[in-house]
Design a protein around this ligand. Structure first.
Ligand code: HSE
Length: 340
């Protein structure tokens, strides 16, 4: 039997996509995006509080979670449905172990976020799952505790837990996260901050985030560190001062990660050039890529010229793409408690 009782038999949570790093804020900055969402439904199975034949209870393991992955977003077919290899499964197992939850739970993941393209797909599924489990058992856990469990899900895709995408997807807005000791802060974006995410339809290697992390330098020069600290600070000031131009200017000045990773990003130089020529204020790699994040200012009009220019730039390189104008999103929400 579980140590805590389920209060609800069904919970549905929706989590937004996110972009991490924002140039100089590697593993520290995240931004929730309303371009795509993942939905997770948790259903308590009829044989909840199940016992083994000899009457002993079953430990929280794969037999306690039945994972289903649905949806037609890019790469959904490649998402594992075993709990130990799935970001939602790992996050839920972490939480179930800590709170003694041994009920049998069906986890239906409805993917809307392209998986493996640098848009926080694994983070969104993990965050929606922990938020839904929290509601199902009435645990009322604080955000940092939910983050700690959700970040375990990132082990499935990145090999190590990292907190930027999960913090953005959980809290919404612009987030600053510190891993040790864990702390996360949400700041509201300026109203005129417009965004666009461009996703090339290319195959992404298994363990792509791990690959993208392996090309980063172990050591950086002091002047690179000073430059990134200065620009990361400017970017935070830009959010606090609601100054989209300051945010964009700082985002373009990453001395460490972009130079090391750009060779992994298809058509990066030409898409960046096309977006800037069409009026974008900043272009950077979205998380570990291959998606690209583009910043615009609503005072200069909408993003349609930029979207068109970016589409054309990919097509010239012979690459199909999704290019989506978007805005900053709110965090994860619990939607309703009825299954129909
Ligand atoms: N900060 C992480 C990275 C995000 O850039 O590796 C991965 O989604």
């Amino acid at each position: 039997m579980s140590d805590v009782d389920a209060r609800l038999g069904y919970v549905r949570a929706v989590a937004p996509a996110s972009t991490a790093n924002l140039g100089p804020g590697f593993d520290v900055f995240g931004l929730a995006l309303d371009a795509y969402t993942d939905e997770v439904e948790l259903m308590l199975e009829d044989n909840a509080n199940h016992h083994d034949n000899d009457g002993t209870s079953t430990n929280a393991n794969t037999t306690s979670l039945i994972i289903e992955v649905h949806g037609s977003s890019m790469n959904t077919d490649h998402i594992p449905d075993t709990a130990e290899h799935n970001s939602a499964g790992l996050a839920l197992l972490s939480m179930m172990k800590e709170y003694g939850i041994r009920d049998r739970i069906r986890v239906r993941i409805n993917k809307g976020i392209p998986a493996g393209y640098g848009l926080g797909s694994s983070a969104a599924s993990a965050v929606a799952s922990v938020k839904a489990l929290d509601a199902m058992y009435g645990l009322r856990l604080d955000d940092l505790t939910l983050l700690r469990h959700a970040a375990q899900g990132e082990v499935a895709s990145a090999g190590t837990p990292h907190y930027d995408n999960v913090a953005a997807s959980l809290l919404g807005g612009f987030v600053i996260v510190r891993q040790e000791p864990l702390h996360a802060i949400r700041i509201e974006p300026p109203d005129d901050l417009l965004l666009c995410v461009a996703t090339p339809k290319v195959d992404v290697p298994k363990g792509k985030t791990g690959v993208a992390r392996s090309v980063l330098p172990d050591k950086v020069q002091l002047k690179q560190m000073v430059s990134n600290v200065a620009n990361a600070s400017m970017l935070v000031a830009g959010f606090l001062m609601k100054d989209t131009r300051l945010i964009a200017d700082a985002m373009m000045r990453d001395a460490i990660v972009e130079p090391a990773r750009m060779h992994l990003i298809p058509a990066y130089a030409s898409v960046k050039r096309a977006a800037l020529d069409a009026g974008a204020l900043a272009v950077t790699i979205s998380g570990a890529g291959p998606s690209i994040l583009i910043v615009g200012d609503a005072r200069n009009g909408d993003m349609s010229d930029i979207v068109r220019a970016v589409n054309d730039a990919y097509l010239k390189e012979g690459i199909d793409c999704y290019v989506r104008a978007c805005k900053v999103a709110d965090g994860t929400s619990i939607h309703d408690n009825t299954s129909n």
